[in-house]
Design a protein around this ligand. Structure first.
Ligand SMILES: C[S@@+](CC[C@H](N)C(=O)[O-])C[C@H]1O[C@@H](n2cnc3c(N)ncnc32)[C@H](O)[C@@H]1O
Ligand code: SF4
Length: 342
């Protein structure tokens, strides 16, 4: 398979920091093991300027961190928009740091999409899954969505939630809530981030009973990988990695302080990796082999069957939305202002 002349899809880690501590994410562990920092402005601009010389489809200024932890994220997105007027721009965030000022800045940028990763609707669940205050996120996302509508911006807000043991009781309530706000909602399957989440922790997080969980775990043959032919991920310090699963930076393909993106893309380390992939031997790399395992699927038919078979009072993950919001508003009067009561 031929690699593109230049990657058409980039993730740029303008900051390595995240404000959350998600139970299902490698960040809380890997951030303690590794060098952390923010990307220099000079490096960021050099990257964007080189990208602007090529026909690139998508740029996401985050990688294994939260983009809103970068104090300069709005001006950096503005620079991306100025230099790459036709590229698709997306940020994915936990939404906690969507202050009124950041929200106003994002609205003015007319991004294509803003993804909000949201795991739970009840504050106690949110605290357990992500370690942040869920009601603040709900307020922030509603304010962002309202501000975008008022401005007539094309930016689509999309809320995603991972189906976990912790969220399964509320996930349909979350879907109904976001739908009632006019916001798109997706449920995502859990995976073990190419082995970067410890096996026992991963199994504990799976949503259903052991047999059903096992039946839903998929294994992909990662003898080759398409990401090597079109995608590039750049860490805060300029190191280039294969993908968003390389949390422990197992292979650095070059550094943008030393070489151009183009040269790194065509240099020996990338070429060797693609040769391995072309030969169907990519599984010889530990990260790539593990990337193909432990991917929980959400097979809708199987999920529905399971729910019907286990339709006892305690186990059906259908939640009485009105009752839940009543509880939330009783315990936190601020939520009344969020339109949680219909
Ligand atoms: C690593 S985060 C980085 C961006 C930002 N901090 C956020 O959470 O949206 C990117 C996405 O990966 C998802 N994610 C993290 N760990 C995951 C896992 N084990 N399985 C599936 N998705 C996961 C998050 O929910 C988020 O939507
Ligand atoms: S999923 Fe996102 S918000 Fe949660 S710890 Fe990981 S990087 Fe941070």
């Amino acid at each position: 398979m031929n690699a593109l002349h230049f990657p058409n899809n980039f993730q740029i880690q303008t900051t390595a920091y995240c404000n959350a501590k998600c139970s299902f994410c490698p960040y809380p562990v890997t951030s303690k093991e590794q060098a952390m920092g923010n990307m220099d402005e000079e490096v960021f601009r050099r990257i964007v300027d080189e990208i602007s010389e090529h026909p690139v489809a998508m740029v996401q200024p985050f990688l294994m961190a939260d983009p809103l932890m970068d104090k300069r994220i709005v001006p950096r997105l503005a620079y991306l928009r100025e230099r790459l007027p036709h590229v698709r721009l997306n940020i994915t965030t936990n939404g906690y740091l969507l202050t009124p000022q950041t929200t106003a800045g994002l609205v003015a940028l007319d991004l294509e999409t803003i993804h909000i990763s949201s795991n739970g609707i009840h504050p106690a669940t949110y605290r357990r899954t992500m370690g942040i205050d869920g009601l603040s996120v709900l307020r922030n996302v509603n304010q962002l969505h309202d501000a975008l509508r008022q401005a007539g911006a094309r930016t689509q807000v999309i809320v995603t939630s991972i189906l976990l043991r912790e969220t399964r009781e509320e996930i349909f309530a979350a879907r109904d809530y976001w739908k009632s706000r006019g916001i798109t909602f997706y449920m995502n399957p859990l995976n073990d981030r190419a082995g970067n989440i410890a096996g026992a922790d991963f199994e504990d997080m799976l949503p259903f009973d052991q047999d059903f969980n096992r039946a839903q775990l998929l294994q992909y043959d990662m003898s080759g990988c398409p990401a090597l032919y079109f995608y590039m991920g750049i860490l805060f310090n300029g190191d280039v990695v294969t993908c968003c699963h390389d949390w422990r930076r197992s292979l650095v393909l070059g550094n943008v302080r030393e070489k151009s993106l183009f040269d790194i893309w065509h240099d020996a380390p990338y070429r060797r990796l693609r040769q391995l992939s072309d030969a169907g031997r990519l599984c010889e790399r530990d990260l790539c082999a593990k990337c193909g395992t432990n991917r929980f699927s959400i097979d809708r038919g199987a999920l529905q069957d399971y729910l019907h078979r286990h339709a006892t009072e305690n186990e059906v993950p259908e939640v009485n939305l009105a009752k839940m919001f009543q509880h939330i508003t009783e315990t936190d009067h601020e939520s009344l202002k969020l339109g949680l009561v219909h």
